[in-house]
Design a protein around this ligand. Structure first.
Ligand SMILES: [Zn+2]
Ligand SMILES: [Zn+2]
Ligand SMILES: [Zn+2]
Length: 314
């Protein structure tokens, strides 16, 4: 499935839940502005290549993309250290006070306190008593007055100051980036477990026994039919060649007999001297019967010892 063993390693980390997810990290120094440091370490690849690999795994349906956060950045230097500032829209002073304000029908607008007249509210300009909210007067819970030019306004001018390069940035010019984490797709875990976990161990073991390994190969059998072999292990000594075909099968509870028969037919057709079947979680009773009959070494569960023993008996 994947040629590069390091990709398997990455998936394995996720399968075995040593990592719940691949977390993004904001990094203004890299091209994409974000990276996946843990994945980089496992894959041994630079940040951008790692991002592409992860995106490929998501496109292929193994990983799911989960929105993590949105960052606002300075459009000039990509820093995320931004300070929110507000200014008077008229004179541009930053010295503006937030307050509760009333707006009378006569047009006067001022701080709530300027209307207070004992228990009542009275307009300080026209001196009429205020009657009914939203009829003869309006209440503004947040209003501003510039302490420099005394202008009242509802919305101050907003700016973001970049603490790194000092730029003043208007809201619409802020750069936005979205960060995603990646998790293994639940529905793929079964299949990947099967492919990733024992596969590594089996390959390592076969290699240690002097076999050359080919994975996911398509070869033509004696019958002329083309077969896809999960793992083909070959050891050559002089004119002799010892071939092992390793097949993987999975099921919710028991791997059925057909899988064993299919693997045997394939292995026989490509001249395998030995057949190993990795059946997860296990073979059915029928399937086991066939496996014994065909002298197929069966590997159930993640039990390398059993496999090693089986191979060593040869
Ligand atoms: Zn002002
Ligand atoms: Zn008034
Ligand atoms: Zn900046």
């Amino acid at each position: 499935m994947f040629k590069d063993e390091r990709i398997w390693k990455l998936l394995q980390e996720l399968i075995e839940k040593r990592k719940e997810e691949l977390k993004p990290k904001f990094d203004p120094t890299c091209e994409n502005l974000y990276r996946y440091p843990e994945a980089e370490e496992i894959l041994g690849k630079p940040p951008l290549t790692t991002v592409y690999l992860i995106e490929d795994l998501a496109r292929l349906g193994y990983l799911k993309k989960i929105f993590k956060e949105k960052l606002f950045l300075c459009p000039l230097c990509n820093s995320d250290e931004l300070k929110y500032e507000t200014y008077c829209p008229k004179c541009h002073s930053a010295y503006i006070l937030k307050m509760k304000a009333l707006e009378h029908i006569c047009g006067y607008l001022g701080k709530l306190e300027t209307y207070q007249d004992g228990k009542n509210l009275r307009c300080p300009k026209c001196l009429q008593e205020l009657q009914i909210i939203d009829e003869d007067y309006k209440f503004h819970p947040a209003y501003y007055q510039c302490q420099n030019c005394e202008e009242y306004f509802k919305e101050p001018k907003e700016l973001w100051r970049c603490l790194k390069c000092g730029a003043s940035i208007e809201k619409e010019n802020l750069k936005e980036i979205y960060l995603f984490s990646y998790q293994l797709k639940e529905e793929e875990i079964g299949l990947l477990k099967l492919k990733a976990l024992p596969k590594d161990k089996i390959i390592a073991f076969l290699k240690s026994q002097g076999y050359e390994i080919e994975e996911g190969v398509k070869i033509n059998g004696r019958s002329g039919a083309e077969h896809e072999i999960d793992i083909l292990a070959i050891k050559r000594s002089g004119p002799l060649e010892h071939r092992i075909v390793v097949g993987f099968a999975t099921a919710d509870d028991e791997v059925p007999a057909e899988e064993v028969i299919k693997l045997y037919a394939k292995a026989y057709d490509v001249n395998a001297a030995d057949i190993i079947m990795v059946a997860l979680p296990k073979l059915s009773a029928d399937a086991l019967h066939f496996a014994k009959h065909y002298r197929i070494r069966v590997f159930e569960k993640e039990d390398l010892e059993k496999l090693e023993k089986a191979l060593l008996e040869k």
